[in-house]
Design a binder for this molecule. Sequence first.
Ligand code: ZN
Ligand code: ZN
Length: 342
Amino acid sequence: MTTAMRAAVLERPGKFKVGAVDRPQPRLDEALIRIDRTGICGTDIHIFHGRYAAEFLPMIPGHEFTGRIAELGPHVKGWEIGQQVVVDMNIGCTTCYWCRRNEVLNCPDMQQMGINIDGAFAEYIAVPARLLIAAPENTPSEILALTEPLACVVRAARKSRVTFGQSVTVIGAGPIGNLHVQLLRNIGVAPIIVTDINQSRLLMAKESGADIAVPPHRLKEAVLTATQGRGTDMVIECVGDSTLYAEALEVMRKGGHLAAFGLTGPDDEIDINIVQMILQENSIKGSVAGIGEDMHDALTLLTHHRIKTSPFTGAEFPLDDIQTAFDTFADRPDDLKTQIVM
Ligand SMILES: [Zn+2]
Ligand SMILES: [Zn+2]
């Protein structure tokens, strides 16, 4: 006999159905999590509009979640019922070439909660116990639900090896852009220059720690002035708009690094002058998710108050109103992060 739970199933692009579904049963090595809350990610918005992972619908999206252990499979050791946790959403096969090299994100059989298997806009989720991360009991769930988006940002910084004293341009001051700014500030990056088309988001970027925040038409001049005409050591594209790469490269110094972060359309391409890339020894690197150590490090930064979380909390909808939360998302640019409360 299966028990029911409430969940938001995205039946087709643009249409959620909130209602009773079968509650997942934890397998031998799994934990059942009673979810407290789940953040809405830019990726969820892409899924909602049918621009990403549409082939997996109907499905329960949601991957930025936190909750408490409700049940443990018989083979799971070292965890307790009621313990507060966050969860690494990326399930590798554990045995392929990439999983063995700790490059799980390239595992051909990788499953991601809320992307290609059911996720966390629901009361419960069953997850492999090896992906659990213990969260301090006294850290509120609205902060813990920021672990996954911050982990993505941590990974980008790690992959690009950005370090203190370097200068960085951040393109896009949405939730991810603002998390980048805060992390870069922690690292000791200077100056941090941010651009966005939205004026209130530029103000938020300043509050997050940006030294300079300007609209796109003023970016090049601002960067060149701040860097003695060189351009910044690194540029992070957080919008996911391939047409912005040309200007990203324009504000990057010779020998600089471009971090491709914002998810573009599946067929979007950019023009790169290869000889310039070679002669200037420029580099470009993508990063797609927070995983493993990124999740642990993000949680550490959050629980030790290295990230100012107030800009990312407060916009909440109950699970029953998830359709409204998604329908109104674009009209609420000042809500940097929206969370669904179960
Ligand atoms: Zn996310
Ligand atoms: Zn694998």
